[in-house]
Design a protein around this ligand. Sequence first.
Ligand code: KIV
Ligand code: ZN
Length: 384
Amino acid sequence: MKIKIFDTTLRDGEQVPGCKLESFNKIEIARQLEKLGVDVIEAGFPISSPSDFNSVVEISHAVYNPIICVLARAIKKDIEIAAKALEGAKQSRIHIGIGTSDCHIRYKFNSMPEKILEKAVESVKYAKRFVEEVQFYTEDAGRTQNEFLAKVCEAVIKAGATILNIPDTTGICLPKVYGEKISYIKENVNGIEKAIISTHCHNDLGLATANSLEGVINGAQQVECTLNGLGERAGNSALEEIVMLFKQHSYLGFETNIKTELLCITSEIITKCTGISVQSNKAIVGANAFAHSSGIHQDGLIKKIKNYEIIPTKNVGIKESRLILTIRSGRSALSYRYQMLGYIIPKDEIYPLFLKYAEKKKEIQDEDIKMLLKIAKFSTSIYI
Ligand code: KIV
Ligand code: ZN
């Protein structure tokens, strides 16, 4: 089954503290997302600022294939501005919604469930005057009672929404609970066959990707995610993780349109534009995701890559994995590195010297091990 990838790097992703993208950055990112093959780009929240509005206008003209989606609250003015920003888009979608949990209804809106339901329906009907595709988000669905959630979903489908976003806004859900929520909607909402269910999972407990997967297993057909897992607080489900999860576990039967060999370069472009660096141990796109440093692992990897790597590096756009020479490296890794540099060194000859040197340095570079050759007075006859 094809799963749609809804990228929200330019909206939820931009909500990272310290991240402020200029319009030209956003266009560069949007074009890269188009190359990557995302189905929907959430380009911004036009009412939030004139610069956000303008970026959406520019992105709408700059990309062709993905649907351009924008965020709006269930407020007429938001919807009007959203529709105006989308005028140049080849395919457009308005993403409106309102908080549906008891907590949001009471403390955010000082309202009542019936009033929230009314607003939801009105806003969808209003948005339908401007665009064909209306996506509705039930904010804080993770903490919304399933019965009320289903009631809202049914009402907004009736009003014309064709995509239902079920956000775990606070990242509280366990995968089982989130999966059951999606399943409950599938089973209890009249007219659900007319709509696509979308996951939108936050990572406050490190479960965003697991929850998105569980959502899909239980019937969601769209995943909302960001490159590098950027997003409000602990971020969103990472696009690279969910896509590679589907690919590595192909027996699950989920596919996307993502060109996975562009994942790492896209991640780098996002880092360059946002200035937000990726933690080195981040799955798929972190600097150490394909780096090996312990002697046991390096020896195993040299014998057969699949001993320690589950993803072929070319599938995510990396040339090869890296063996990092450190004090923990063994003889195999050292002689392998010499071989790569064009030297054949008997395994035991230089290793003690290497260890002495590695005591003082965190990572041993090629220049260092060439220098060790000189110290050990190896003749050039061993150069191949
Ligand atoms: O996390 C969330 O609930 C959101 C909505 C605005 C979709 O980002
Ligand atoms: Zn969010």
